[in-house]
Design a protein around this ligand. Structure first.
Ligand code: 3PG
Length: 216
């Protein structure tokens, strides 16, 4: 049985998906996100700085950092090497799933179609990334598919920002929502930690309001 990444969120429901160009920016970035209350951070393996950035964030005890955008099982060794706490990929890679299972590392695979969701479900994945979630200005593709899969929980990523976050969080079966808008590459490059903290705080506020509404 796969270790469930959903447990890491502790109710925060937000996952910054980070492309970082300079590893030395990682501690300040993580601090800004943590000040906003973010608990989980995905550093994508899309830049040369990604691995050292994960290592630098691991020094913090108040956030959980994983390595994302893994495309093949062989790349799992990077996650192991730096001590990432979870791995994520845009699609579902069976070999990656196997190695993650053996090593008891939470794995967040991506899906987009009913067949992919069924395949992930067959493989006992219960918390799955739905990517890309917001396409052609709507979240309707996800909404049409998920009523069928009542035993699964999803993390929506791709095209989410403050304008559609509340709508995304309110959808049934959505456990978390992620994206680069929470820590834009440009703002990281500019070391604009205040803006990143403000964006993350705004998102946490939206998530909190949605939670209150759901509980009412
Ligand atoms: C991901 O890896 O989940 C996506 O690249 C995030 O998409 P976004 O940049 O549209 O948020």
């Amino acid at each position: 049985m796969l270790t469930n990444l959903a447990n890491f969120f502790g109710g925060t429901r937000l996952l910054p998906v980070v492309e970082i160009d300079a590893a030395e920016d990682a501690p300040a970035l993580a601090a800004a996100l943590a000040r906003a209350g973010i608990r989980v951070i995905e550093i994508t393996l899309r830049t040369d700085a990604a691995l050292v950035a994960v290592e630098r964030i691991l020094e913090r005890e108040d956030v959980i950092v994983g390595l994302g955008s893994l495309l093949e099982a062989d790349q799992f060794r990077y996650a192991r090497q730096v001590g990432a706490r979870f791995v994520a990929s845009p699609g579902l890679n069976l070999d990656l799933l196997s190695v993650a299972e053996v090593e008891k590392m939470p794995y967040l695979p991506g899906v987009y179609s009913a067949s992919e969701i069924m395949q992930a479900r067959d493989l006992e994945c219960r918390f799955i990334k739905f990517f890309p979630a917001y396409t052609s200005g709507r979240l309707s593709h996800f909404s049409q598919l998920t009523p069928i899969f009542k035993d699964l929980r999803f993390c929506l990523t791709g095209g989410i920002d403050a304008s559609n976050l509340a709508e995304a969080l309110a959808l049934p079966h959505v456990e978390a929502v992620g994206g680069s808008w929470l820590a834009p590459r440009k703002l990281i490059k500019e070391k604009n930690w205040e803006a990143i903290e403000a964006t993350a705080k705004e998102a946490m506020k939206i998530a909190g309001a949605e939670r209150a509404e759901a509980a009412a």
